[in-house]
Design a protein around this ligand. Sequence first.
Ligand code: BDR
Ligand code: CA
Length: 317
Amino acid sequence: MIKPIPVVLDVDTGIDDALAILYALYSPRLEVLGITTCFGNGDIQTTTRNTLAIVELSGITVPVYKGAADPLVGAWSPQAEAFHGRNGLGEALVPEPRLRPQDQGASQYLIDVINARPGEVTLVTVARLTNLAIALKSDPHLASKIRQVVVMGGAAFVGGNVTPVSEANIWGDPDAAWVVFHSGVPLTMVGLDVTMQANISDQQVRGLDASRPYSTVVQTALEFYLRAYNPEAPFGQRRAPLHDPLAVAVAEDATLCTTEMWPVDIEREGTITRGMTVVDQRGWITASPNAAVCRTVDAPRFLSEFCLRLGFPFSPE
Ligand code: BDR
Ligand code: CA
């Protein structure tokens, strides 16, 4: 029997976050110790409520810890409504959860869970890196006790999705990302380089197993997500990226992606490059590599497992 991998998920639920939560909770290889929430795809109330609702729909018990409401510098403002809807779940009618967040806040939980199991815990962050940055700043010894951080974020060798060069999770709190990328913690960067290759289709969304407890919410949310990513395309030709589930999948099975070690820095102030993950390709800054950057993904292998686990039909293209 293989020992499960202890993980904490950090989310800003969010349509693809909801799928990442389900994918992680139903994983045969991961032990989800807790879920921390952050602002991002909605305000912190919305993302926490959505997280609790999805956990409740999953039928699996896991503690949820409410986290940051704003980035380290400045204040949150809505940015993702076009892709996630005003309620963060594509306007799907989400039952009010009975579950409540834990009394402890997200950053303190991260400090405690990592210190309780030094060297064991993998963090999968699929949101702004604010909660982790606060934890790293409060406990200077924390980075050395984290097994690894798998970050859904950044765009190493491809364009961005909120600006020409910046990806949403880094752009939404570049100061926090800077803290994490400079902390010395082992990092795997699951950026747009690979997440844009892992897409779900109309046919898969339409075919979701109706007996799943989350099927109505997830199907409605994904229909919104497909429309948002493909405003011009007709039904049958639409596809949308599974950013956050892919990060969970990489935490579970690193062989899904090829990686290269690179020095990656974070642009915190640029007028048109704020939030860029800058890869020092020619060694200008002579920084040592700090991140395993995902370069390619075996998308069919990921998708077949994703579909099987969550109840979507899959047929290889
Ligand atoms: C990331 O931004 C969020 O909107 C998504 O949930 C995902 O984590 C993609 O850039
Ligand atoms: Ca997310």
